[in-house]
Ligand binder design. Structure first.
Ligand SMILES: [Zn+2]
Ligand SMILES: [Zn+2]
Length: 84
């Protein structure tokens, strides 16, 4: 199972409700928390992991101006389906 976003096969076009700029894919939530885990309380860290599963990959999108951030669950697809 793979995530289309992680593999660069698709992109999400979302805009900040405040300034209308494109939200930046801040990467996998797991990566985000790994990088900053030292600074976050453990319960938030654990939550991030619960969101992600074999069926969904969780991405964090943020406004480049810092107005807004949101997480999206991206449904993973089976690799074989890419060959069709
Ligand atoms: Zn992903
Ligand atoms: Zn903004």
């Amino acid at each position: 199972m793979l995530c289309m976003l992680c593999n660069g096969l698709t992109s999400l076009e979302k805009r900040c409700p405040e300034c209308g700029r494109h939200l930046i894919d801040a990467g996998l939530l797991q990566d985000y928390y790994d990088n900053y885990s030292a600074y976050l309380p453990q319960d938030i860290y654990a939550d991030g992991y619960r969101c992600s599963s074999e069926l969904f990959c969780v991405h964090l999108f943020t406004c480049p101006q810092g107005h807004y951030d949101v997480t999206f669950k991206v449904k993973r697809i089976e690799e074989e389906r890419l060959m069709d």
